[in-house]
Design a protein around this ligand. Structure first.
Ligand code: ADP
Ligand code: ADP
Length: 226
């Protein structure tokens, strides 16, 4: 689904990504893991085309990720960030249906899709008319997930989706995310700094350090590696 070739990205004089090569298979679940500052978020933003690499390129489903078609390509990807990344002046419902409205979906279609998503993420109907500040951290993440999934994208990209949550809620949502990934059968790329979470959620684990990939494979392969 993604082919990354020699991706390099600098911020000023600091090298955030240094010659990343990575292949992400359709339908797989990949966890990017590594210490804070190693380039995980930058890599994820490059996958979704929010940032352009200085060197190298990304192929998305066989096509170069390019400015001229980025809007169409981005609609095939859902993106979730820490604390949901919701618009604070919109209710949960408005946040979730925003893109569908812009694309002029019928209200019936929006309603049906919203119901499916609430069932999938266990989001209560009563929460729909609330604003992000009126919802708990866990509920905000559910809204963020619903918004990312609204257009039924082929790819789901999550940047520390559970990073801001209390440990208990975190474990609960980890279980839910795992079920959701299994149900959806999408290509998932998840960023985390928590090894247990990467191991629990990722079929493939990509270990990064200082802008490079140090190791990648299944948990089994990682443990057995010399
Ligand atoms: P991670 O997600 O692994 O914590 P990031 O991709 O956020 O890592 O950051 C990689 C490196 O790039 C870090 O050294 C960080 O300080 C730097 N960096 C990230 N974003 C910016 C930015 N917008 N401007 C300058 N430096 C940045
Ligand atoms: P937090 O308030 O810490 O962010 P949540 O709001 O995600 O956590 O969850 C708080 C509690 O409410 C949890 O015990 C969770 O099981 C429960 N809960 C969350 N969503 C639902 C739901 N749709 N229906 C019933 N209970 C829920």
């Amino acid at each position: 689904m993604f082919e990354l070739d020699r991706i390099t990205k600098r911020y000023g004089s600091s090298l955030a990504l240094d010659g990343i090569r990575l292949s992400i298979a359709r339908g797989s679940t990949t966890a990017l893991i590594g210490p804070s500052g190693c380039g995980k978020s930058t890599l994820l933003r490059i996958l979704i085309g929010l940032i352009e690499p200085d060197v190298g390129h990304v192929r998305f489903d066989g096509q170069m990720l390019e400015r001229t078609r980025i809007r169409a390509q981005r609609q095939r990807m859902g993106y979730v960030i820490q604390q949901g990344g919701l618009f604070p002046h919109l209710t949960a419902r408005e946040n979730v249906v925003l893109m569908a409205r812009l694309l002029k979906w019928s209200s019936d279609r929006i309603k049906t899709r919203l119901s499916e998503l609430m069932e999938l993420t266990h989001f209560p109907r009563a929460g729909l008319e609330r604003y992000p500040t009126e919802l708990s951290g866990g509920q905000n993440q559910r809204v963020g997930l619903m918004r990312a999934l609204m257009l039924d994208p082929e790819v789901l990209l999550l940047d520390e989706p559970l990073g801001a949550l209390d440990p208990m809620i975190r474990y609960e949502l980890q279980e839910e995310l795992k079920q959701i990934f299994a149900t959806l059968d999408k290509t998932v790329v998840l960023v985390t700094h928590d090894l247990a979470e990467a191991a629990f959620l990722g079929e493939t684990i990509v270990l990064m350090r200082a802008g490079r990939i140090v190791q990648s494979g299944s948990l089994d392969e990682m443990i057995r590696a010399p």
